[in-house]
Design a protein around this ligand. Structure first.
Ligand SMILES: Nc1ncnc2c1ncn2[C@@H]1O[C@H](COP(=O)(O)OP(=O)(O)OP(=O)(O)O)[C@@H](O)[C@H]1O
Length: 276
């Protein structure tokens, strides 16, 4: 079926209309495929977790949905917006939690939220409304008006999750959000992500945290060398079952105790700015 760039009938996937769609989405660097003909649909309200070893193409997938990089072939859509043809239209529908969220350090959480929200919509919510959004996302009340320079990683993430809620983002993309978080912060983050999916956001989360996957994923996609090699339901699965799934794909044969991805593989690389 031909899909026009701008006018496109929204396809339906099992859980409802697809909010994130990849059609034969491919990206090569210097002739080497980083992502190879990805077909994927994430409907509204679903949490889809992408697993795979380093270099599998997970971040490349996010970058293509975000319009940070152009596909070599194929197409990515956010709702009906074709990312390449209508990057701003697509971006307006997305909230993005990079591995390291960067806020304006001299501004408070409330001021950061007002700023990022102002980039995407004309209506400026009141300070009381912004505070409510931030505390609903899990930011401690006492931190709302404090400079973000003193925020932990988990607190910075809460500002983006409040932004996601405030602008009613159709899609929430997260790149290794639990790396470097303590177990309590991981639980809080998972609850906040669940609230966003309950609201109707399509969630696409790249992670090495198999416990978090078991806690929030509705479907799991396994990536290997740029290809999506398995998609499976995660409803009711335990962490042990997610570990078994991962081992089935990535255990070297004959190796008794292969390494699993760590829960907190914090990388120091700076991430792009918060999208609004
Ligand atoms: N800007 C780039 N230039 C050249 N090669 C790149 C670039 N970005 C990614 N790649 C390559 O594309 C492949 C997929 O990378 P990608 O970052 O998507 O993997 P990943 O699954 O997210 O890995 P990780 O778990 O380490 O984040 C890798 O081989 C990587 O080296």
């Amino acid at each position: 079926m031909h899909l026009s760039h701008t006018v496109r009938r929204r396809r339906r996937c099992p859980g409802g209309p697809a909010m994130l769609t990849a059609n034969k989405l491919s990206k090569s660097y210097g002739g080497a495929p980083a992502l190879d003909a990805l077909d994927l649909e994430v409907p509204a309200g679903e949490v889809f977790c992408l697993l795979g070893p380093n270099g599998a193409g997970k971040t490349t997938t996010l970058n293509l949905f975000l319009g940070f990089t152009r596909p070599s072939s194929g197409a990515a859509y956010v709702g009906a917006a074709h990312v390449e043809a209508d990057p701003l239209g697509a971006r307006r529908k997305i909230a993005y939690v990079p591995e390291q969220v960067r806020l304006y350090p001299h501004l408070s959480g409330c001021e950061n939220l007002a700023y990022f929200l102002g980039l995407s919509q004309a209506r400026a919510p009141s300070s009381a409304e912004l505070s409510r959004l931030l505390t609903a996302a899990g930011l401690p009340e006492g931190a709302v008006h404090r400079p973000a320079s003193g925020y932990s990683k988990g607190m910075r993430q809460k500002v983006v999750l409040a932004l996601s809620q405030a602008k009613r983002a159709a899609a929430l993309l997260l790149d290794e959000p639990t790396s470097g978080l303590d177990p309590g912060a991981v639980r809080e983050l998972c609850s906040a992500i669940r609230r966003e999916s309950d609201r109707g956001a399509a969630v696409l989360m790249v992670t090495h945290d198999l416990g978090a996957v078991a806690s929030i994923a509705r479907r799991i996609g396994v990536m290997k060398a740029g290809r999506l090699v398995e998609v499976t339901s995660a409803t009711g699965v335990s962490e042990a079952e997610v570990i078994a799934l991962y081992r089935r794909h990535f255990d070297p044969p004959g190796d008794a105790a292969p390494p699993l991805p760590s829960r907190s593989s914090a990388a120091a690389a700076p991430a792009p700015e918060v999208l609004s």
